[in-house]
Design a protein around this ligand. Structure first.
Ligand SMILES: *Cc1c(COP(=O)(O)O)cnc(C)c1O
Length: 523
């Protein structure tokens, strides 16, 4: 079937701004692109295949009897299709990516180069261990760095994302409690927690209860201590928290939690703010995941891959999952797996993943750590905090900053929609940022702040790029306060305008259905 051999399909939406339309739908360098199924021809292919040999079928009459309907494009058409699509996206390599809580920082190309070395990129997880000593050494060295930076006792390298690390930590806690015959069933989570925290606790089989925040945006220590008791297994706390604030009571919280026989889980996704400055182990934390794909660069967004190693206290380390890399006295490395775990790690709760974790992310993170050195990592945290405070102080006159009065923020600054004209909201500001060429900040999270806007500039932004972003936000914020209705139409310059994001999330259309021919549809 040939849909449209020329590949062109003018599909630009009618422009309410009265701009002239083009025949192609393109607007100069902004190129429209149909779905891959709507271009090319299923008769065509970019490759010449030899005729398939006629083999006896073993499908018992279930052979496909129609065309499979794969798109058919030549190689240059394919390259153009994906290149055009990629240009409609935003990336950290294009500009400041202000997403709060996500630490979208520059990914040094050196990391990429190292991760692509054949000795790292082309190894197979089932290769004999003596042929992958270098890869095992990378896992082990990175593990040692993470232990050093956090002041913890053990580390599980295999979890493949932050949320996966949370699950790993809670499973360690569950194993430790079960080992002492303790059936606790509640996990306490602050109101401002990242959504993955309560989700993880529920997934691990615990009942989740909220701990309120105090007026300064921190965990309410009194309310927390009052709730502790023999049914509480763990408290999950993010530090620095999702309002961009350090929890100064962390040690007191840990002491109280331990006194009540429970464990402290720390969501360490915001480690970027404190790396080299504070060791979570000194704060009494029992388990904390580190998002390698945030703190130690490594590309993320677009669905991964991520990597979420979990550092563990002395009490939890014996229960950490298999496998893990260990260095032997003769200098060789070995994976401790099921077969030998009985002698060397008998209390492991089990496995998180089929193999050993996200090798490419380990290599990138170690390259990042080694190229910064310990002094450089400390500077990462200092510069990230400085940049966030520069943003906070530069925007607090135009945007309500609910916690600005309680002192400096950490790595991210939070604002609210207080003071916007009646019909204008956070979403409108975010959409207008797209017209200014920025990815929007994190919106409506955390829930404890009305119409929240959470901005994390990271240490990789220069003062010039921060100033450009500040100028854009200031101008939009002023329009929002003045009730400028044109904000409701934003974005006007993006390839698509306002989409029904709720519908797209609730009812995703994941398969292509050929539109019915007009005549047939009319019958
Ligand atoms: C990113 C993040 C997570 C989850 O990490 P993933 O790698 O996306 O699973 C958890 N908590 C906080 C505070 C985060 O910022």
């Amino acid at each position: 079937m040939t849909v449209n051999p020329s590949g062109w399909r003018p599909s630009a939406p009618a422009n309410e701004q009265g701009e002239t339309h083009t025949v192609t739908g393109n607007r100069a360098l902004m190129l429209e692109e149909p779905l891959i199924f709507e271009i090319g021809s299923t008769e065509e292919t970019g490759v010449d295949f030899a005729e398939a040999p006629q083999l006896p079928t073993r499908l018992g009459g279930l052979e496909r009897n129609r065309e499979i309907g794969l798109p058919g494009l030549s190689e240059p058409e394919t390259v153009r299709h994906y290149t055009r699509l990629s240009r409609q996206n935003y990336a950290i390599d294009l500009g400041l990516f202000p997403l709060g809580s996500c630490t979208m920082k520059h990914n040094p190309r050196l990391n990429e180069k190292v991760a692509r070395l054949p000795g790292f990129a082309d190894v197979h997880p089932l290769q004999p261990q003596e042929t992958v000593q270098g890869a095992l050494q990378v896992i082990n060295e990175l593990a040692l760095w993470l232990l050093d930076l956090t002041g913890m006792y053990g580390v599980a390298m295999s979890p493949k994302a932050g949320a996966h690390g949370e699950l790993c930590g809670l499973l360690c806690i569950r194993a430790a409690l079960e080992a002492r015959g303790d059936k606790r069933e509640v996990v306490l989570v602050p109101e401002s927690a990242h959504g993955t925290n309560p989700a993880t606790a529920a997934f691990a089989g615990y009942r989740v209860e909220n701990i309120p925040a105090n007026a300064a945006g921190r965990v309410d220590l009194v309310a927390l201590t009052a709730r502790l008791g023999p049914d509480v297994a763990a408290v999950m706390i993010t530090n620095p928290n999702t309002c961009g604030l350090f929890e100064p009571d962390m040690k007191a919280i840990s002491d109280a939690v331990h006194a009540a026989g429970a464990f402290v889980y720390c969501d360490g996704a915001n480690f970027n703010a404190i790396v080299g400055k504070v060791r979570p182990g000194d704060l009494g934390i029992d388990a904390m995941h580190i998002n390698l794909h945030k703190t130690f660069s490594t590309p993320h967004g677009g669905g991964g891959p991520g990597s979420g190693p979990v550092v563990l206290s002395r009490a939890l380390a014996p229960h950490g999952p298999l496998p893990f890399a260990a260095k032997y006295l003769d200098g060789s490395y070995r994976l401790i797996e099921e077969e030998n775990a009985g002698e060397e790690h008998p209390k492991a709760f089990g496995r998180m993943v089929a193999f050993h974790g996200q090798m490419g992310m380990f290599t990138r993170a170690l390259a990042y750590i080694l190229s910064h050195g310990s002094d450089g990592l400390k500077q990462v945290a200092e510069d990230a905090v400085l940049n966030a405070n520069y943003l906070l102080r530069s925007l607090e006159e135009v945007l309500d900053a609910p916690f600005a009065g309680s002192g400096p923020c950490m790595h991210e600054a939070i604002f609210s929609d207080k003071g916007f004209a009646h019909e204008i909201n956070t979403l409108d500001l975010a959409k207008a940022l797209i017209d200014e060429g920025f990815h929007p900040m994190t919106m409506y999270f955390p829930l404890v702040v009305h119409g929240a806007m959470l901005v994390e500039p990271t240490e990789t932004e220069s003062k010039a790029s921060l100033d450009e972003f500040i100028a854009a936000v200031r101008s939009i914020a002023e329009r929002a306060k003045a009730g400028d209705q044109s904000l409701k139409a934003a974005p006007v310059y993006a390839p698509r305008r306002r989409l029904d994001e709720t519908l797209a999330a609730r009812k995703p259309v994941l398969t292509y259905r050929e539109p019915e021919p007009a005549a047939a549809a009319a019958e």
